[in-house]
Design a protein around this ligand. Structure first.
Ligand code: ISJ
Length: 102
């Protein structure tokens, strides 16, 4: 059973909870990536991988939600920027391989 931070009495307790949450985060990120993979199948050319307005929207959403949740909005922006950069590179390559473009 999971323990709230205040109920953790030892470093081992805390690390067990961090490991548990990391596992959940990986599962969520893998689910998110499933939609990115599908997006790459629907886009017609590698140039479509970058959608600046959508990137701004996602970053604004996660920063706002982070602030509400008590997490530093800059941390959320930084993490999601890295994630989106990786997804764009993935999409570009996947679309290029499928269409023969570059
Ligand atoms: C998933 C998309 O492709 C890219 C990846 C994004 C993401 O990981 O959220 C956002 C914008 C796009 O540059 C999309 O166009 O929505």
């Amino acid at each position: 059973m999971s323990k709230a931070p205040a109920d953790c009495a030892t470093k081992e307790d805390i690390r067990a909870e961090i490991d548990r949450l990391d596992g959940e985060l990986i599962g969520l990120l893998a689910s998110r990536f499933g939609y990115v993979r599908r997006m790459a199948e629907l886009k017609a050319s590698p140039e479509e991988a970058v959608v600046p307005a959508r990137i701004d929207e996602v970053l604004s959403h996660v920063a706002a939600r982070a602030g509400t949740a008590g997490l530093d909005p800059d941390l959320a922006r930084s993490l999601w920027s890295k994630l989106i950069d990786w997804n764009i590179a993935f999409e570009r390559k996947a679309i290029a391989e499928r269409t023969g473009g570059n």
